[in-house]
Design a protein. Structure first.
Lengths: 334, 423
């Protein structure tokens, strides 16, 4: 017997448009490019004196964060507000679940408040999929980060950053450095870069922080920082969590910095016009030297600005995909 | 009551018998095969032309969930499910609440099985109190209360010294120990086989070495203590090879595998369906194929359902927060028949892995169909099929095969000559 694992495109409607945004897995180059193009057009909105467009007027966007976040939560909030949506933000980690309410019950309650869209962050890999499968079909679910699995809006804002500073993806060499094992950002970036046709993606880190099976992403693996950084156009640094020192993954922050910290000296191995990225919050002196983080090649703060545009793009596209699906079903019923 | 079964293909792997014949059952026993005894007046006659008659299946691990977890299952519901799967004898693991580490709990389980059960129940007792791996349970008292073997489940021993002593104590009284070999430290926090799929999905991995390191240690201590040992729920091809090597050097160890482990791989986890969340985890296609070969070659002499029914809520959460396990005793025979359909082994060999093999592993008085023996048998139609879930008796609907069409249909299951399942 051959089992069939029906992998239905949960995040697409019948027309192939976004209706949820859960992961970059299974999304086409055209769709990713459409997200980037849409975000580009929203970037201009941020420069106006009135920073609002009416695309989500009358809609309610619910930010449900089961895990702490400042940057992602506030940029999602801003994105929704600039689209004229009503926004509620809930830090569930501090409320319902500690009272024993299950995840599905929390969501049912929010549904009852007639939310049109959930932006969810959760510590469990697959949480966004679970939620998308269990909310009412009219609600769009946007993944704001699930465990180690995916952080697709971060992935796309990183792609927007690269495209705006470096242009076409194909000829670029991109290095992702640090704790790949625990990083949803790294996973989303590897998927996006491959889909967008980047030919040279490298990951750099010690074996304890590299997951098995990296070859499936079509990346080259380096354990030596100097070798990995040679002639790259883009360096994406990852945040190193303090708790990695426990459990034998690393001896100390100091040793990690010595081996994998991005210093001015090391950055010189990359192309002279290479850009430096980081999803934030940065640990100065742990994975990155202050002079690099604040230096001319750093685009870390641009990433934050682009993050709002990407989130506006994803929110508006998923909402219109939901609406299109509803119309489609209504026509079928006639 | 006397029952006759006419024109069945009788396959009894224990005796090597495979012929079309008639069976005559009386007083809960097989009175005769082939020749109708003088004066035999059947109260019930089953026309079994086209059906296979085999010994009732022996399942080495069916969680009955009673006492303690009645939301998930009861002895009545889960033994009824077992009957539907062709199972007439089953072992239940000690993870009840309270843990099956005292004669009182063993007696309770056996009393309930007597009163409401639809299959013979053989409890596996806890090797240590509370499964904590520190203090031995009263193994002899548990044996006298009806426990057929002793295990510690997936709960590892914090100390090799305690494990060694437990094995020596068990060996003193010729008790059988059931191992679920998984190193707790290497598996800590793990949700899936450590491989490409787990990496892609961002699920914490359980490396193959979690099994093989524990297995190596257990095999060495078994050899040293001389205890009778059964290795349950193997998941890796490497693990199966280690068992083969141990058997080749003369160690008397047996092994079983979960039926689902012979079908599913970690690829099933794409999409994060909690139905595929099991412990120990689903591994790669190469592991599955290695396990299949070990079943074919007899290194693994038993296929068990490792049935773990759950209430809906236990599976209704993000993957990592769900409880592991699959409810599948109900379709044990149809699932197993896919192995014949795939050409892995022939029907008599498969039935050996489901009856005489598991019975021999734990020395159970079951698993054969012979004159004078108990009339525990299954009659199934290999030419029909089963749509999984069309009928469902288990309290747990956590079965990833629901809706699948599987080969074969269990038509009758008899225990002590009584029909306990009919379709």
């Amino acid at each position: 017997m051959t089992p069939t694992y029906a992998k239905r495109p949960l995040q697409l409607n019948d027309l192939g448009q976004l209706r949820h945004f859960l992961s970059l897995d299974g999304l086409s180059k055209e769709l990713l490019t459409e997200i980037l193009d849409t975000a580009d057009s929203f970037l201009e909105v941020g420069n106006r004196s009135v920073k609002k467009v009416p695309l989500l007027r009358g809609k309610t966007v619910c930010n449900v964060f089961f895990e702490n976040s400042t940057r992602t939560r506030t940029t999602f909030e801003l994105a929704a507000k600039r689209l004229s949506a009503d926004v509620i933000t809930l830090n569930v980690s501090t409320s319902s679940t500690s009272k024993g309410e299950t995840l599905t019950d929390t969501l049912r309650n929010l549904e009852a408040m007639a939310a049109d869209m959930f932006v969810v962050r959760h510590a469990d890999s697959g949480a966004a999929h679970f939620i998308a499968e269990h909310v009412s079909p009219d609600v769009a679910v946007i993944n704001g980060g699930d465990g180690r699995h995916a952080h697709p809006t971060q992935g796309m804002l990183d792609m927007l950053t690269i495209r705006r500073h470096k242009g076409d993806f194909e000829p670029l060499s991109v290095a992702i450095v640090g704790d790949i094992l625990h990083s949803r950002v790294a996973r989303s970036n590897m998927l996006a870069l491959r889909t967008l046709g980047c030919r040279d993606v490298r990951v750099i880190g010690p074996k304890t922080l590299l997951p098995v099976g990296l070859e499936q992403y079509g990346v080259r693996v380096f354990t030596d920082m100097a070798e990995g950084l040679e002639d790259v156009d883009v360096v994406i640094m990852l945040r190193l969590q303090r708790e990695r020192m426990q459990g034998g993954l690393l001896p100390s922050e100091g040793e990690f910095y010595r081996l994998y910290g991005l210093t001015t000296q090391r950055l010189a191995l990359a192309r002279p016009d290479a850009i430096v990225m980081h999803p934030g919050p940065i640990n100065r002196g742990v994975e990155i030297e202050s002079a690099v983080a604040d230096g001319a090649q750093s685009v870390i703060l641009n990433q934050v600005t682009y993050g709002i545009a990407i989130r506006m793009a994803v929110l508006s596209m998923a909402m219109s995909g939901q609406t299109a699906q509803r119309q489609l079903l209504a026509e079928e019923q006639k | 009551m006397q029952t006759e079964i006419l024109g069945a293909r009788l396959i009894d792997p224990a005796s090597g018998r495979d012929e079309t014949t008639d069976l005559f059952l009386a007083d809960g026993r097989v009175q005769a095969i082939g020749q109708r005894p003088d004066g035999f007046a059947a109260a019930r006659s089953i026309d079994a032309r086209g059906l296979v008659a085999a010994p009732g299946l022996v399942d080495l691990s069916v969680a009955l969930r009673e006492p303690g977890y009645s939301r998930k299952g009861s002895i009545a519901s889960e033994t009824r499910a077992a009957a539907a799967g062709g199972v007439t004898s089953l072992c239940c693991p000690p993870q009840t609440r309270p843990i099956l580490d005292t004669p009182a709990v063993a007696e309770l389980v056996l009393d309930l099985a007597q009163a409401s059960g639809h299959a013979r129940v053989f409890p596996v007792g806890a090797l240590t109190r509370g499964l904590e791996g520190e203090q031995l349970a009263e193994l002899v008292a548990l044996r006298d209360a009806g426990c057929v073997a002793f295990g510690n489940g997936l709960a590892d021993f914090p100390s090799n010294r305690t494990l060694r002593r437990a094995l020596e104590y068990a060996a003193t009284f010729d008790l059988t120990v059931v191992f679920h070999s998984q190193d707790a430290e290497l598996a800590a926090g793990g949700l899936a086989h450590e491989g490409a799929v787990a990496s892609f999905l961002g699920l914490a991995g359980i490396p193959e070495t979690a099994e093989t390191i524990a297995l190596a240690r257990n095999l060495l201590l078994v050899e040293q203590s001389g205890v009778r040992a059964h290795f349950s729920q193997l998941t890796s091809a490497r693990g199966a090879r280690m068992i083969a090597e141990a058997q080749a050097r003369g160690l008397r160890v047996t092994a079983d595998v979960a039926m689902y482990q012979l079908i599913l791989t970690d690829e099933a986890l794409h999409g994060f369906s909690s139905l595929y969340h099991v412990q120990p985890p689903l591994r790669t296609a190469a592991d599955r194929d290695g396990l299949r070969e070990a079943v074919r070659d007899g290194v693994i002499s038993a296929i068990a359902s490792h049935h773990q029914p759950h209430e809906l809520d236990a599976k209704q959460a993000p993957f990592g927060e769900t409880e592991p396990g699959i409810s599948s005793v109900e379709v044990l025979l149809p699932l197993a028949l896919t192995l014949v359909e795939d050409g892995l082994l022939d029907l008599p060999t498969l039935l050996a892995r489901l009856s005489s093999g598991p019975a021999a592993a734990l020395s159970l008085p079951a698993g054969r169909l012979a004159v004078g023996g108990p009339a525990d048998l299954v009659l199934f139609d290999p030419s029909r099929s089963t749509v999984v879930g069309e009928h469902w008796h288990s309290k747990g609907r956590n079965c990833p095969f629901l809706g699948h069409c599987l080969p074969g249909q269990v038509r009758y299951t008899l225990v002590d000559g009584r029909i306990i399942h009919e379709a």
